[in-house]
Design a protein around this ligand. Structure first.
Ligand code: GLN
Length: 235
């Protein structure tokens, strides 16, 4: 099985290395037709407007939307999460093209600038299920987005407390789209069917458990599709 990694900008090499560590082949994706050869896709972290411009120049958006619609597993990390969100707020300028599909509202720079990067311990659902966890995962947040609203089909896998610096910032006071008055935590990992979105960067740490979680998701969805096809042919 090969997993594609969108390779225009950002931490695509790190995702490919993380996949290699758990024995899965990662393939760089820069052209629409390359998506035909992969079972799933990772959209890495980086800078979402730059990544979107390069994706647009290479005519990737229709193919990416089609990939999502076909039910193929897609994991967006950080800027990749922004790509997958149906609604993005916190843009300084007119916005950017999105792939969409994940029914949530994402604030692009909720946790502030590069120097406000931080680490926070969060659970990993797969390991928690298997080993009776939860075992903490040191999640790394770099100019990270946050998931501020989710639709009814979306499962929240991890949340973090809103840091005081963010709570007291002008940025949060300027948010009009979502009422955050009595909110102390925000979602940083969500799942909706074939889509996984995380605000943090698992590819920049040596802990492979979120990659293993995505691979399990890919395998589970594959089995489901195979069972569906089998029951269709036998009926
Ligand atoms: N907030 C960044 C953006 O808008 C994403 C940061 C990241 O991917 N580390 O693109």
């Amino acid at each position: 099985m090969a997993i594609g990694v969108l390779a225009f900008q950002g931490s695509f090499n790190e995702h490919i290395a993380a996949l290699r560590r758990v024995g899965v082949k990662g393939v760089e994706i820069r052209k629409p037709e390359q998506l035909e050869n992969v079972a799933a896709l990772i959209i890495p972290g980086g800078e979402s407007t730059t990544m979107a411009k390069l994706a647009e120049l290479n005519n990737m958006f229709p193919a990416l939307r089609e990939f999502v619609k076909m039910g193929k597993p897609v994991w967006g990390t950080c800027a990749g999460l922004i790509f997958l969100a149906n609604k993005v707020i916190g843009q300084k300028t007119g916005g950017q093209e999105l792939v969409g599909g994940l029914d949530c509202t994402v604030h692009r720079n909720f946790f502030g600038s590069q120097i406000q990067s931080f680490e926070e311990e969060i659970p990993v659902p797969y390991i928690a299920d298997k080993e009776g966890g939860p075992l903490g995962f040191r999640a790394l947040f770099i100019r990270a987005p946050a998931i501020l609203e989710v639709g009814s089909e979306v499962e929240v896998l991890a949340e973090v407390p809103i840091p005081d610096k963010v709570k007291n910032s002008d940025m949060i006071k300027e948010i009009q789209e979502v009422n955050l008055e009595s909110v102390n935590k925000v979602a940083v990992a969500v799942k909706q069917g074939n889509l996984l979105g995380t605000s943090f960067h698992p590819e920049l740490t040596a802990d492979s458990r979120w990659h293993l979680y995505f691979i399990k998701m890919v395998n589970d969805l594959r089995e489901e599709t195979m069972t569906d096809t089998e029951s269709e042919t036998s009926s």
